[in-house]
Design a protein around this ligand. Structure first.
Ligand code: NAG
Ligand code: NAG
Ligand code: NAG
Ligand code: NAG
Ligand code: NAG
Length: 539
């Protein structure tokens, strides 16, 4: 619909009698191509956006690998392959006297009429170029922004509350308003429907948007959402105080977590779902007891001392204030292999450390080893930039017909999946599941780590990493397309069928697929080849 060309119809009328059909088709195609390219190259986005400076305007052809020499090295995104012809715009946009965002819009030539905004992660200021490429490839006019700062460090927040506000909600909202306006100017048409795709911090951004700007999106896909953000930061800060430093006498080394502790979790819980495949379908059913690993006279290797057993128990218990009030739910068992890389690594968790230093206390000397529940309370009371994101209802978003699709990996090693069960139930309150199904659906993705990867069928079209391209852009296999069909046809997803590629390599083919159930249903094995989705039922 967007490959509108101003001159092609005119040329067609003039020359129809003179030209053969195939020659004409060639000529029209060439005219259309030149027209979008030249529209792009003469586009002046800065004219339409207050406080904007243009940094990039380029027409990019499919097959190009873009490089970003100025991109902060900590973002680890030096280049991005692009698979569609598109017009790339990059702007700096002032958001206050002391803050600004870096904004990107990737406008595909073959536009579906849809708008898509993408999110960020961690406490970072990193544009997810892979998600921009993914959106543009699938026909969306796609935008992303740096959330107010560059790179993964939190230092830019120090004594700059405006940057915290950008990070909490303003960067995304600004990029939505900017992107919608620019797409209209470039394509000379208004978008049909507006979507959001993000995971982790990005999941939180999507839900925040439904709360604060209910008109920004018709459909929000929120993965592993970092909701109840202040308490999430505290939950993560606490691990260092549980494990102690690497040099501590009771420190549990990574190899123990990755091998025999994880093996014992699977030994106790893998077959609750009746299939021994290294995947715990529903970790809420796994009541892992680490005391079986206690060292004894018979058992002196691959075992835990009393203090270590207690550490593991604490990790797998809810985090509470001394008065018993919940701060954040327990880590779900099954996540050990990867959680050890950051949360159980015996070093302060960088995102939490930076958040307390540069946002909560504005004190670079704050010491992560002194963290306790008083810090958790202080962060929650301060609620910087109103970042909390823990709504108990979203009436404006719901009543205007907005749809929210949430997914969460059940082996998540950075945000416990149990928090999303809690979030969903809090949003539901006393309502029936059926009435929630009208506008919010939550899928538990077994065997998926934080946002992607893992032993399960984790490829679901949730973002632009390589394995996404090996699946069809269809509503059964792809969360973004499932959302499009829900919004545009009222065709709501009952389940999402994830794909596992052999060795996570598309060219090696599909290992298995599995349908992930809509909460509160759980995937239940019913017999037959467990690698076939038909051997499971959502109950
Ligand atoms: C344009 O996008 C549509 C789907 O939106 C697709 O079917 C078609 O093949 C695309 N055309 C080109 C030239 O890429
Ligand atoms: C972030 O980096 C971009 C260039 O990639 C630059 O234009 C912008 O000023 C930087 N923002 C901040 C807050 O440093
Ligand atoms: C230790 O070994 C003895 C003899 O082999 C056995 O009876 C006992 O159950 C073992 N204890 C544990 C804790 O495994
Ligand atoms: C942080 O506090 C701990 C415990 O009080 C102390 O051992 C450590 O040296 C402190 N670290 C820094 C960098 O001050
Ligand atoms: C699996 O993929 C990894 C990383 O791409 C590669 O190093 C490894 O050789 C692959 N293994 C097999 C069996 O193909």
């Amino acid at each position: 619909m967007s490959i509108g060309s101003d001159i092609a119809p005119f040329l067609a009328i003039m020359f129809v009698p003179l030209l053969s059909a195939s020659f004409l088709a060639f000529f029209q195609a060439a005219a259309a191509a030149t027209s979008f390219e030249s529209k792009c190259l003469s586009f002046r986005p800065e004219k339409y956006i207050d406080g904007a400076t243009r940094n990039v305007r380029q027409f990019v052809t499919a097959g190009t690998t873009l490089t970003f020499p100025d991109n902060d090295a900590t973002c680890n995104r030096a280049s991005q392959a692009v698979s569609s012809d598109m017009c790339r715009i990059a702007l700096s946009i002032r958001t206050s006297r002391t803050s600004s965002i870096a904004f990107e819009a990737w406008f595909p030539e073959n536009w579906s009429g849809r708008f898509l905004a993408t999110g960020n992660g961690g406490i970072d200021g990193c544009i997810k170029y892979e998600d921009l490429a993914y959106g543009a490839l699938n026909g969306f006019a796609t935008v992303g922004a740096n959330n107010g700062k560059n790179g993964t460090s939190g230092l830019a927040f120090l004594n700059n509350p405006e940057t915290v506000i950008d990070f909490a909600w303003r960067s995304l909202h600004t990029s939505v308003e900017t992107g919608k306006k620019l797409s209209k100017k470039l394509y000379h048409e208004t978008y049909t429907k507006s979507y959001y795709l993000g995971c982790s911090l990005g999941g939180r951004q999507g839900i925040k948007s439904a709360e604060k700007f209910p008109k920004d999106f018709d459909g929000i896909v929120a993965g592993a959402p970092g909701v109840d953000f202040n308490d999430l930061v505290s939950w993560r800060a606490r691990f260092y105080t549980i494990t102690g430093p690497k040099t501590g006498a009771d420190f549990i080394p990574a190899t123990a977590w990755k091998t025999w502790i994880h093996d014992e979790v699977l030994h106790q819980c893998d077959t609750i779902d009746k299939v021994k495949d290294g995947i715990i379908e529903d970790p809420t059913l796994c009541k892992f007891d680490p005391s079986t690993l206690l060292c004894s006279r018979n058992s002196t290797t691959n075992c835990l001392n009393q203090n270590q057993v207690q550490q593991v128990k604490t990790i797998f218990s809810d985090y509470m204030y001394p008065n018993g009030q919940l701060i954040f739910p327990a880590m779900q068992p099954g996540s050990e292999i990867n959680a050890v890389d950051r949360l159980y690594a015996g070093t302060p968790f960088a995102y939490s450390d930076d958040w307390f230093k540069y946002v909560v206390y504005n004190n670079a000397l704050w010491n992560a080893s002194t963290f306790d529940f008083l810090n958790a309370r202080a962060a929650e009371l301060l609620n910087p930039g109103n970042i909390r994101t823990y709504p108990s209802k979203l009436p404006k978003f719901e009543s205007r017909g907005g749809k929210l699709l949430i997914y969460h990996g059940q082996q998540d090693h950075q945000i416990t999946a149990f928090n999303t069960n809690r979030f969903y139930e809090n949003l539901r309150g006393r309502r029936s599941y059926a009435s929630m199904d009208e506008w919010v659906r939550f899928f538990r993705v077994s065997g998926m780590f934080h946002c992607s990867s893992g032993p399960g069928a984790w490829v679901l079209g949730q973002g632009g990493n390589a394995a996404q391209n090996g699946i069809m852009f269809d509503r059964q296999h792809n969360v973004l397309k499932a959302m499009v069909d829900w919004v545009e046809k009222g065709d709501a997803p009952e389940d999402i069928e994830g794909t596992k590629f052999v060795n996570d390599t598309v060219s090696q083919g599909v290992d298995f697929t599995r349908r992930h159930c809509k909460f509160p249903a759980r995937n239940t094995y019913t017999g037959g080849d467990y690698k076939k989705p038909s051997s499971w039922k959502c109950k």
